[in-house]
Unconditional design. Sequence first.
Length: 255
Amino acid sequence: MLINKHIDSYFYLRNIMLKIIKNQRIQEKIAILSILIFAFHSLFFILNYSVNIPITDEWHFISFAEMVLTNEPFWEFDKFVMYNGHGLIFPNLVFVLNIFLFSWNFSYLMIFGWLLVLFSSFLLFLILRKTYPKIILLTIPITALLFSPAQYENFLWGMASTQLFMISSSMIFSIYCLNKVNSNRLFIFPAILSGIVSSFSGISGLGIWIVGFYSILMQTNWKKSSLLIWSVASTMLLLLYFTLFSQKVIFGNEF
C-alpha cells in the first residue's frame, strides 16, 4: 500500500514537471518569480549591510560634492569627464542628482545600482523569450549570478555600484534594441544612445560598439543602413572618447 502511494506521488510529480516543461507561460512565470526572489534577497542584503560613508575613490570626489552644493560649475571638475582612464560623465550626473536630492547618500547609490541590475535581469528575460524561448528557464541561474552575494563589493560600494551597473545595463539595453531592428529600424537610435551612456560610464562600455556591429550582421532586415548608421556613430564616438582621453585622463593617487 505504501509502495503504491510512493508510485502515485512519483507519477503525479512527473506529470507536473512535464506540464511545466511543455507550457511556455508557466516557464515564463517561474522565470519572473526567480528574478523577484533573487532581487529582493539582494535588496535585503544591501539594506542591512550598506554604510553611508565614502570609501576608496569616493574620497577623491569630496571637492566635487562641494562644487555641486555651492552652485559652482561642477562640469569643470577635473574628474568629471575622465578619471583613471574611464569616461565618467553619466555616473557623475547620477552623483549630482544624489548630492542634490539626498545629500550624497551612498546607500541610495547602492539601491540605484540594484535597480539597474533588476532592469538588466528583465531585459535578459525578454531577449531570451524572443530569441530562445525554449530555454527561458536559463533566466534562473543568470539571475542568481547577477544578484549573488559574491558581488558584495559592488553592491556595497556606491560609486562602483553606479558605474559598473550603468555599463552593464546600458550595454544590455543596447543589445535589446538591436534585436528589434529587424521589425523596426528606428530601434537603431535608442541602441546608439544607450551605447553612448555605456561608453561614458566606463572604458569597458566601449565594447558595445563591437558587439553591436556583429549583432547587426546577424539581422535580416535593414542590415546595410543599420550597419552604416552604427559604424558612423561608433567611429565618431571613439574619436571623441580617445581625444578626451588624451586631454583629460587623470590617474588617481591613493588617499
